[in-house]
Design a protein. Sequence first.
Length: 165
Amino acid sequence: MTGHRSDGEELTLGVDPCDLRAAFGRFATGVTVVTARSGRAPLGMTANAFTSVSLAPPMLLVCLSNSARCLGAIEKGGVFGVSVLSEDQQDCSAHFAGTPRLEEVAFHDLDGVPMIRGATAQFACDLEAVHAAGDHRIVVGRVRAYAHGEARPLLFHNGTYKGLA
């Protein structure tokens, strides 16, 4: 990691990636599954780095690993979905994070984009921009359709799933 002294000279700071991940994990987040299509088949991945960007025009962003299969499908297809998981969808989150727990995932389409059925909020997006950021890409989407319900969201904090208190 680098920083700059007041005289402009660059400093190199030692960073332990595991410790940095633990520090980032102190920030509680919601849990999303980002979806796209690879051919006709839907695919997805769990992502915690999600936020609104703008109301006019309606935009959001997600941060995806450079190695995410979903990233290539999003860039190729130009559309993606974000499903904000409800608190009873922990197995769905784990499934898309690389620990298969479900024999079948219940998808449905929102404006032609695959979504996770039962999610508390869903956003169908057109790809607006992709920005390189270290070992991730910041994927900006323009929301073209959305839906939301009353289910309580699934939260992630300090390496564990939680519900609202």
